[in-house]
Design a protein around this ligand. Structure first.
Ligand SMILES: [Zn+2]
Length: 56
């Protein structure tokens, strides 16, 4: 996987996801940013990757 940036503070997130599940064909992983402590989800399928919340 390419470098993961926190959608809230834009810093690198190097921690492992603390939760993972499937949703409508996406692999979803939930992370907590070690910098700003925000929690966000990464949605990933073979064609597309996005975060919720999204980057500003
Ligand atoms: Zn952050």
């Amino acid at each position: 996987m390419s470098k993961l940036l926190c959608p809230v503070c834009d810093k690198d997130v190097s921690t492992s996801p603390f939760k993972a599940w499937k949703f409508r064909g996406y692999d979803v992983k939930r992370y907590e940013c070690q910098n700003c402590k925000s929690k966000f989800n990464v949605y990933q399928n073979p064609k597309k990757t996005f975060t919720i919340p999204s980057h500003k």
